[in-house]
Structures are given as C-alpha cells and as structure tokens.
Design a protein around this ligand. Structure first.
Ligand SMILES: *Cc1c(COP(=O)(O)O)cnc(C)c1O
Length: 434
C-alpha cells in the first residue's frame, strides 16, 4: 500500500516509511491510496475477532510485514476484552479501558509499537519516538515501547493539564522513557513535536519518529474495536450509530475507515467539550482552529484536531458529504458533570468525563432518530476520579494496574513551550548516546 500526504506535495510513501516518518515532509498526514472492503464472509459470520481484524488491516500493510507476523501483532494488539455493555434501551457502552493503561489509546499504541519494532529490528541507529500527549497517549505509548531495544521515547505533556493519575503514569516509568513537562498547552506540545520533524539539523543528528494519532499505525488499528462492537450486537438489522468523544478525531476517523470498508454504520456522532471546532465546522462549513481551552475532559482539549485533514480527504473536501456521515455536539464542564451524575442515577452505569459527553451526544441524536447507539467509553473512570467522585458521591475503585503508579516518584523535566528548548534537549541527549 502506498500512502499520499493530505497536503499533496510530498512523494508517496510505503507503509513502513509512513510509520517511521509519522508526518509527511510537507506536514500533511499520510493517507492510504485506497480502502477496500473487508472480504466477504468475514463480517457477521461468527468469525474470530482477530481474524476479521487481520483481514481488515492487511490491505494497509501489504507485504511489508509477513502474514504470520501481522497476525501475531493483530492478536497482541487486542489481547484484552473490548465489551459492549448495555446501559439502557438502545444504548451500549463500548468499554475501551481494559488494556494495560486503562484507555483506548492502548490499542493504537500496541499496534504501532510492534510495527515499528519490526521495521527497525536490524537497524543500528536508535529511534527516538516523540509523543505529545493530552493525558492518555503518553502512557499507552510508553507502555507499548517500554524497554524495547533500539527505541527511546520522549513524552511531552502540558503542565497542570493532565490528571494526577495520568501524570503519575507518564512520569514514573523510567528505563527508555523520558517525560518533559511543558509550560504550555497540549497544542503547544503538538506544535513542538511537529517542528522537530521539520527541523533539518535535528533530523540529521537523530532518527525521529512520532507516535501521535497522526501516525497511520496508530489510528488504523483503532478500527478493530468498532468491528468488535458490531460483532457483539444482538440486533444487526437496526440502524447503528457510534457516539465518539473526540479531540484529535483519530478515533472517529478510524471508525469512518471501517465504515468505508463495509462496517454497517449509519452515522457517527462526535461529542466534544467546549473545544468545538468540528461541531462548528459541521454547522457553518468553515474550519476555524482556535487555541485550546482547558476542561475536565482534558484528553479532548484540542483546538486544531489533527485528523480533521483525514476526514476531509475521506470526503473529497465536500462539506455536504462530511455532514452525511457525521453529526457533532459540544458540551461544557457543567453539563459534563451533571451527565455523569444523571447517568449513574438513572442507569447505575459509571461514566467518566469523556464517555459521558458521547452519552449526551447520543441521547441528543436519538431524540429524532430511531437507532441503536454505542458510546465509546475511552478511559477508566478512575483515571479522572477527582472529577468523577464529587458527582457520584462515592469513591471510584482504582484498578490494581493504575494503583501501582501512585506510589512511584515523579521524574519529569520542566521545559518552556519553545521549540528551541526541545531541540537543545534532544541534541544533548543524542550526543550522550552517540
Ligand atoms: C485521546 C482521548 C480522547 C480523544 O480521542 P481522539 O482520537 O483524539 O479524538 C477521548 N477520550 C480519552 C479518554 C482520550 O484519552
């Protein structure tokens, strides 16, 4: 499979090059030349999930990873439960927090880590993975790459804008993982990473790669759980919609790819917090990025969603066509708090700030549409227990795999939000290992 850049200026890249480079040289996002249907008989036929996912993903990898290796990578990517849990009539929660770091980002990070490890196995130079995180990406990526030979991971996270548990998960891993606490916003972190990829001097001195959802090996496998959810549905005849709590829109784009490959989804519903760039685009037809605003659903505090370019590409730049596939609603923190309270009181189901936004968006949509809906519960409520507990009036039980981090000592380097600081740091680090 060849990948072109959404800016249409760079040369086409192989899957391997797209994975290693992350971002295209013209700063566009890599996009596959074609999306083919999942082969006949693989959907809705009681086939094993890993096999369906393999059949889906292999078109994007081509012969660049041998079938047996890709099957194994696929199996390891989803080696934890991805259940849909009924919450109320026609509403299910797809729980994506059963992986090692309790957020959906585990899926993409595990696939990427394994693909990248495969591609660099006989290369001598160390690869440095730069990852900007709004909270959950960093730990999922770090977990995927922990102690993988030949790889260093540098995480950039915005100071004071991630939850306590998230910060512990990011800053206490050690080994080949370093954390930079950036005095700025997530958008600043993302910009610093993008600038690093475009800096000639840095790229001459070291091999950089990205693990953000701009990387094709991260967002493509996220289609797996849309497939997993569909396979579990009892009634496959009724119209199905997915409500996706969205920030960078990697999750939602992956769902749209699965739909394009034949997964019967009648609509995607994006729920955002007050960072409502995409709902505004859907309403007005104009895309206006803004500086991000901090909210209690911090993993979605994105003012310039990176995967928007892919959504546009998928619809040939046609606003009407985007609107046919996607509906968007946005909610403020007060509504988010009330929703967590209301959902647990009326259904007994515990949501967290991101998933509950998807819930509100789904209910809004269902007011006028008869359909069954699946909300994506993108993280375990314990990751946000400080905002969840006051609303539900009790403690949230913290899973053992999260508790582990709480007693470790934070190790992060405080840094300004200027690219030059990052560059100096990276050059110094690379001269140490050279
Ligand atoms: C990253 C994240 C999101 C947003 O996902 P995108 O793919 O960036 O839209 C939503 N919820 C949680 C908990 C996250 O970690």
């Amino acid at each position: 499979m060849k990948y072109f850049s959404t800016n249409h200026k760079s040369e086409k890249a192989s899957f391997k090059d797209a994975v290693i480079k992350g971002l295209a040289p013209d700063r566009g996002l890599y996009f596959p030349e074609s999306i083919s249907p999942i082969p006949n008989g693989f959907l809705d036929n009681g086939k094993e999930l890993t096999e369906i996912c393999y059949q889906y993903i292999k078109q994007f990898v081509g012969d660049e990873i041998p079938p047996d290796v890709l099957r194994k990578i696929t199996a390891e990517t989803i080696n934890f439960p991805l259940p849909i849990v009924p919450i109320e009539k026609e509403v299910y929660s797809l729980e994506l927090w059963h992986g090692p770091t309790c957020a959906f980002k585990d899926v993409g990070a595990r696939f990427l880590a394994r693909c990248l490890s495969y591609f660099i196995q006989d290369q001598k130079e160390t690869v440095t993975i730069l990852v900007a995180t709004s909270g959950d990406t960093g730990s999922a990526v770090a977990n995927g790459f922990f102690n993988v030979p030949g790889i260093n991971v540098v995480i950039l996270y915005p100071k004071g804008k991630v939850s306590k548990i998230q910060e512990q998960q990011l800053t206490t891993i050690g080994g080949n993982i370093s954390a930079l606490e950036i005095d700025g916003t997530f958008d600043d972190c993302q910009d610093m990473v993008k600038s690093a990829f475009n800096d000639k001097e840095l790229n001459a001195a070291m091999k950089l790669s990205s693990a953000n959802s701009i990387n094709v090996a991260r967002f493509l496998p996220q289609a797996f759980y849309f497939i997993a959810a569909y396979e579990q549905l009892e009634n496959k005849k009724k119209d199905l919609v997915f409500a996706v709590p969205s920030g960078n829109f990697g999750n939602l784009t992956a769902g749209m790819f699965a739909q394009k490959a034949g997964l019967p989804v009648s609509k995607f519903i994006a729920g955002t917090n007050v960072n409502d760039i995409v709902p505004k685009y859907l309403a007005k037809g104009v895309y206006e990025p803004k500086p991000s605003i901090s909210t209690i659903s911090n993993a979605m505090d994105i003012g310039d969603p990176s995967n928007f370019a892919r959504i546009i590409e998928l619809h040939n730049g046609n606003w009407e066509s985007v609107k046919n596939t996607l509906v968007g609603y946005s909610y403020n923190d007060e509504q988010t708090r009330q929703s967590m309270k209301k959902v647990i009181e009326s259904t007994g189901y515990l949501t967290e700030p991101h998933g509950t936004i998807a819930y509100m968006a789904l209910k809004e949509y269902q007011k006028n549409h008869d359909c069954q809906g699946i909300i994506l519960e993108t993280a375990h409520p314990a990751k946000f227990h400080d905002v969840v507990e006051p609303e539900i009036g009790r403690k949230v039980e913290i899973p053992e795999r999260l508790k582990e981090y709480l007693h470790r000592e934070k190790d992060a380097l405080l840094m300004s939000n200027k690219f030059e600081s990052l560059k100096t740091y990276l050059l110094e680090e690379s001269s140490k290992t050279a």
